[in-house]
Design a protein around this ligand. Structure first.
Ligand SMILES: [Fe+2]
Ligand SMILES: [Fe+2]
Length: 170
Protein backbone atom coordinates (compact mmCIF):
# COMPACT_ATOMS: atom_id res chain seq x y z
CA UNK A 1 0.00 0.00 0.00
CA UNK A 2 1.09 3.52 -0.62
CA UNK A 3 1.20 6.37 1.84
CA UNK A 4 -0.22 9.77 1.06
CA UNK A 5 3.29 11.20 1.41
CA UNK A 6 4.64 8.84 -1.22
CA UNK A 7 1.79 9.67 -3.62
CA UNK A 8 2.56 13.37 -3.19
CA UNK A 9 6.23 12.73 -3.97
CA UNK A 10 5.28 10.89 -7.16
CA UNK A 11 3.01 13.62 -8.52
CA UNK A 12 5.16 16.53 -7.36
CA UNK A 13 7.48 16.56 -10.37
CA UNK A 14 4.64 16.60 -12.93
CA UNK A 15 2.73 19.52 -14.44
CA UNK A 16 -0.41 18.28 -12.67
CA UNK A 17 0.77 18.78 -9.08
CA UNK A 18 -1.49 21.70 -8.09
CA UNK A 19 -4.42 20.14 -9.94
CA UNK A 20 -3.90 16.80 -8.17
CA UNK A 21 -3.74 18.44 -4.74
CA UNK A 22 -7.09 20.14 -5.24
CA UNK A 23 -8.80 17.07 -6.73
CA UNK A 24 -7.50 15.10 -3.77
CA UNK A 25 -8.67 17.66 -1.19
CA UNK A 26 -12.19 17.63 -2.65
CA UNK A 27 -12.24 13.83 -2.87
CA UNK A 28 -11.28 13.64 0.83
CA UNK A 29 -14.10 16.00 1.83
CA UNK A 30 -16.60 14.00 -0.18
CA UNK A 31 -15.43 10.72 1.31
CA UNK A 32 -16.01 12.23 4.75
CA UNK A 33 -19.47 13.43 3.74
CA UNK A 34 -20.46 10.13 2.14
CA UNK A 35 -18.77 7.94 4.79
CA UNK A 36 -16.43 6.38 2.27
CA UNK A 37 -12.75 5.44 2.65
CA UNK A 38 -10.96 8.79 2.98
CA UNK A 39 -7.46 7.44 2.27
CA UNK A 40 -8.65 5.65 -0.88
CA UNK A 41 -10.50 8.66 -2.28
CA UNK A 42 -7.61 10.98 -1.49
CA UNK A 43 -4.95 8.77 -3.03
CA UNK A 44 -6.96 8.36 -6.26
CA UNK A 45 -7.26 12.15 -6.47
CA UNK A 46 -3.51 12.53 -6.03
CA UNK A 47 -2.48 9.94 -8.59
CA UNK A 48 -5.15 10.06 -11.32
CA UNK A 49 -3.04 12.24 -13.66
CA UNK A 50 0.38 10.75 -12.88
CA UNK A 51 0.99 9.79 -16.52
CA UNK A 52 -0.42 13.02 -18.00
CA UNK A 53 2.96 14.39 -19.16
CA UNK A 54 4.20 10.97 -20.16
CA UNK A 55 1.37 10.09 -22.60
CA UNK A 56 1.93 13.36 -24.48
CA UNK A 57 -1.64 13.84 -25.63
CA UNK A 58 -2.31 10.18 -26.47
CA UNK A 59 -5.39 10.20 -24.27
CA UNK A 60 -6.38 6.61 -24.98
CA UNK A 61 -3.43 5.67 -22.79
CA UNK A 62 -4.12 8.29 -20.11
CA UNK A 63 -4.63 6.53 -16.79
CA UNK A 64 -3.80 3.16 -18.33
CA UNK A 65 -0.05 3.83 -18.04
CA UNK A 66 -0.47 4.83 -14.38
CA UNK A 67 -2.62 1.76 -13.71
CA UNK A 68 0.05 -0.49 -15.17
CA UNK A 69 2.73 1.16 -13.01
CA UNK A 70 0.83 1.15 -9.74
CA UNK A 71 -1.28 -2.00 -9.94
CA UNK A 72 0.83 -3.81 -7.33
CA UNK A 73 0.79 -0.84 -4.96
CA UNK A 74 -2.86 0.22 -4.89
CA UNK A 75 -6.18 -1.51 -4.26
CA UNK A 76 -7.96 -2.69 -7.41
CA UNK A 77 -10.73 -0.14 -6.88
CA UNK A 78 -8.22 2.71 -7.04
CA UNK A 79 -6.54 1.35 -10.16
CA UNK A 80 -9.93 1.01 -11.88
CA UNK A 81 -11.00 4.56 -11.01
CA UNK A 82 -7.75 5.92 -12.47
CA UNK A 83 -8.28 3.96 -15.70
CA UNK A 84 -11.91 5.13 -16.00
CA UNK A 85 -11.43 8.84 -15.21
CA UNK A 86 -10.89 9.94 -18.81
CA UNK A 87 -13.64 8.75 -21.18
CA UNK A 88 -11.11 8.46 -24.02
CA UNK A 89 -9.73 5.20 -22.57
CA UNK A 90 -13.14 3.60 -23.10
CA UNK A 91 -13.06 2.17 -19.55
CA UNK A 92 -16.56 2.68 -18.13
CA UNK A 93 -17.03 4.19 -14.66
CA UNK A 94 -18.95 1.87 -12.32
CA UNK A 95 -18.45 2.66 -8.63
CA UNK A 96 -19.18 5.79 -6.61
CA UNK A 97 -15.43 6.32 -6.46
CA UNK A 98 -15.12 6.22 -10.27
CA UNK A 99 -17.93 8.73 -10.73
CA UNK A 100 -16.72 11.00 -7.93
CA UNK A 101 -13.28 11.21 -9.53
CA UNK A 102 -14.79 12.07 -12.93
CA UNK A 103 -17.03 14.80 -11.51
CA UNK A 104 -14.28 16.26 -9.33
CA UNK A 105 -11.70 16.23 -12.11
CA UNK A 106 -14.01 18.29 -14.35
CA UNK A 107 -15.02 20.57 -11.48
CA UNK A 108 -11.35 21.33 -10.81
CA UNK A 109 -10.71 22.10 -14.48
CA UNK A 110 -13.55 24.64 -14.28
CA UNK A 111 -12.19 26.09 -11.01
CA UNK A 112 -8.78 26.49 -12.65
CA UNK A 113 -10.38 28.51 -15.47
CA UNK A 114 -12.12 30.78 -12.94
CA UNK A 115 -8.90 31.29 -10.97
CA UNK A 116 -6.94 31.99 -14.15
CA UNK A 117 -9.47 34.65 -15.14
CA UNK A 118 -9.06 36.09 -11.62
CA UNK A 119 -12.80 35.88 -11.02
CA UNK A 120 -14.30 35.22 -7.62
CA UNK A 121 -15.25 31.61 -7.05
CA UNK A 122 -18.96 31.38 -6.18
CA UNK A 123 -21.77 29.00 -7.13
CA UNK A 124 -22.82 31.60 -9.69
CA UNK A 125 -19.43 32.00 -11.40
CA UNK A 126 -19.00 28.23 -11.22
CA UNK A 127 -22.26 27.62 -13.06
CA UNK A 128 -21.52 30.32 -15.62
CA UNK A 129 -18.11 28.79 -16.35
CA UNK A 130 -19.62 25.29 -16.67
CA UNK A 131 -22.07 26.63 -19.27
CA UNK A 132 -19.27 28.40 -21.10
CA UNK A 133 -17.02 25.32 -21.09
CA UNK A 134 -19.84 23.10 -22.32
CA UNK A 135 -19.64 24.83 -25.70
CA UNK A 136 -16.10 23.66 -26.40
CA UNK A 137 -15.56 20.73 -24.05
CA UNK A 138 -19.02 19.24 -23.71
CA UNK A 139 -18.06 16.50 -21.27
CA UNK A 140 -17.35 18.74 -18.28
CA UNK A 141 -21.01 19.60 -17.76
CA UNK A 142 -22.20 15.99 -17.90
CA UNK A 143 -19.28 14.83 -15.75
CA UNK A 144 -20.16 17.34 -13.04
CA UNK A 145 -23.85 16.41 -13.26
CA UNK A 146 -22.88 12.87 -12.23
CA UNK A 147 -22.63 14.08 -8.63
CA UNK A 148 -26.23 12.97 -8.08
CA UNK A 149 -25.15 9.42 -8.96
CA UNK A 150 -22.86 9.29 -5.91
CA UNK A 151 -25.22 11.02 -3.52
CA UNK A 152 -24.68 14.80 -3.72
CA UNK A 153 -27.01 17.37 -5.23
CA UNK A 154 -25.40 19.70 -7.77
CA UNK A 155 -25.59 22.62 -5.39
CA UNK A 156 -24.04 20.67 -2.54
CA UNK A 157 -21.28 19.33 -4.77
CA UNK A 158 -20.35 22.76 -6.14
CA UNK A 159 -20.39 24.24 -2.65
CA UNK A 160 -18.14 21.50 -1.35
CA UNK A 161 -15.71 22.08 -4.24
CA UNK A 162 -15.69 25.83 -3.55
CA UNK A 163 -15.01 25.31 0.15
CA UNK A 164 -12.11 22.93 -0.50
CA UNK A 165 -10.64 25.27 -3.13
CA UNK A 166 -10.77 28.19 -0.74
CA UNK A 167 -9.23 26.21 2.09
CA UNK A 168 -6.38 24.87 0.00
CA UNK A 169 -5.59 28.36 -1.29
CA UNK A 170 -4.45 29.62 2.11
FE1 LIG B 1 -6.74 13.11 -16.38
FE1 LIG C 1 -7.21 15.52 -13.70
Amino acid sequence: MMSEEEAIQLIKSTSKYAHALLVSAIMAEMAKELKEDIWLWKIVGLLHDLDYDEVKGDMQKHGIVTAEKLKERLPEKAVYAIKAHDYRTGVKPKSKLDKALIATDSAVVIIEKIMKAKKELTVKTFQAEITKASKTTSWHKSNIARCVEFGLSLNKFLQLCINSAKESEV
